[in-house]
Design a protein around this ligand. Structure first.
Ligand code: TMO
Length: 313
């Protein structure tokens, strides 16, 4: 936008529609950061793209559910990873209240659910069926969970409703929440040497799929309303008696004032779209290669200029 202004004479300017001339505010675009690596790196990639386009950017660490209220109120400007399974409910609730816009889908298909590394299947051959998993509960028992199988769920703010699902499907499992994503990877890594059967929360796209072949547990298929209407799903009296969406979306969202305040940045955000392999690669740069998120973003951009340069021009 700035370049266009200096390149045009005053006479030509008068002919250009106002909207084209509107310049982005110099106020910082506030980008929220959460607690899994692809989101952190992707947010830094988009932040660096916007800085390259002349915007000012600020990062804030926020709760991954409360962020939808923050976007709606304009306290943060956008959200780069709206995962249908974990955040669909909070996103829909914010959309109903107003103030947040759906800025479109990444070219990605997501899944988040109970998952096991493939060696677990040797000890429980009926997998991936959830009933077979339940029949094998004893092989997942630990001192911490007594007779019950241990399921290591994600950090609480991902609101996976693991305990409600165990209750709704009458499963012989106890749900433990991991303190961080790193605790999930540590659990898988520790089980690997002895090929100990484990079941943990995991998702795709993620770096983990390239490191540990595995499968998602097949629960009763997700149906719209499974988290709102007890009648939906196999247990007529319970919510959360379904798996998460097996082919979920990954959306971008923004404060509905963003387009007017930062029109050029908003136009870039509309074009941004990452694929499953690109997102898995962003996570790998942090979780395997141990780069800092801002370094990972820079490295990713240097390796993939053809992916993002077209979004800026
Ligand atoms: C929200 N997450 C991708 C960690 O499932």
């Amino acid at each position: 936008m700035k370049m266009m202004k200096t390149a045009l004479t005053a006479g030509a300017l008068a002919l250009v529609p106002f909207a084209v001339l509107a310049e982005d505010s110099s106020d910082p675009i506030v980008i929220p950061i959460h607690n899994w690596s692809s989101q952190i790196v992707m947010s830094n990639v988009v932040g660096q793209i916007l800085e390259g386009a002349g915007n000012s950017v600020e990062y804030v660490t926020t709760d991954s559910q409360a962020v939808y209220e923050s976007v709606r109120l304009g306290d943060v400007t956008l959200e780069m990873e709206v995962w249908e399974g974990a955040f669909g409910a909070s996103f829909r609730a914010a959309m109903e209240k107003g103030g947040i816009v759906d800025v479109g889908d990444h070219n990605a298909v997501t899944r988040e659910d109970w998952w096991y590394p493939m060696w677990t299947k040797d000890a429980c051959p009926g997998l991936p069926d959830w009933k077979a998993l339940n029949d094998c509960a004893a092989i997942f028992a630990t001192p911490e969970t007594g007779e019950k199988g241990r399921y290591l769920d994600g950090p609480v703010d991902w609101l996976k409703h693991g305990a409600e699902r165990v209750e709704a499907l009458d499963m012989n499992f106890q749900v433990i929440n991991a303190g961080s994503a790193a605790a999930l990877w540590a659990e898988i890594g520790a089980a690997e040497a002895d090929k100990k059967p484990i079941v943990v929360f995991n998702w795709t796209p993620n770096f983990a799929e390239a490191v540990w072949p595995g499968e998602f547990v097949e629960f009763p298929a997700w149906e719209e309303g499974c988290d709102k209407d007890p009648a939906v799903g196999p247990n007529p009296d319970a919510l959360y008696d379904c798996g998460n969406p097996a082919t979920g979306y990954l959306k971008k969202a923004a404060w509905d004032g963003m387009e007017a305040k930062w029109p050029a940045a908003y136009a870039i955000l509309e074009k941004v779209s990452f694929t499953n392999p690109q997102i898995a690669q962003m996570a790998k740069l942090v979780d395997i290669d141990e780069l800092e998120p801002d370094e990972a973003a820079t490295a990713w951009m240097e390796a993939n200029p053809d992916v993002w340069s077209g979004w800026v021009n």
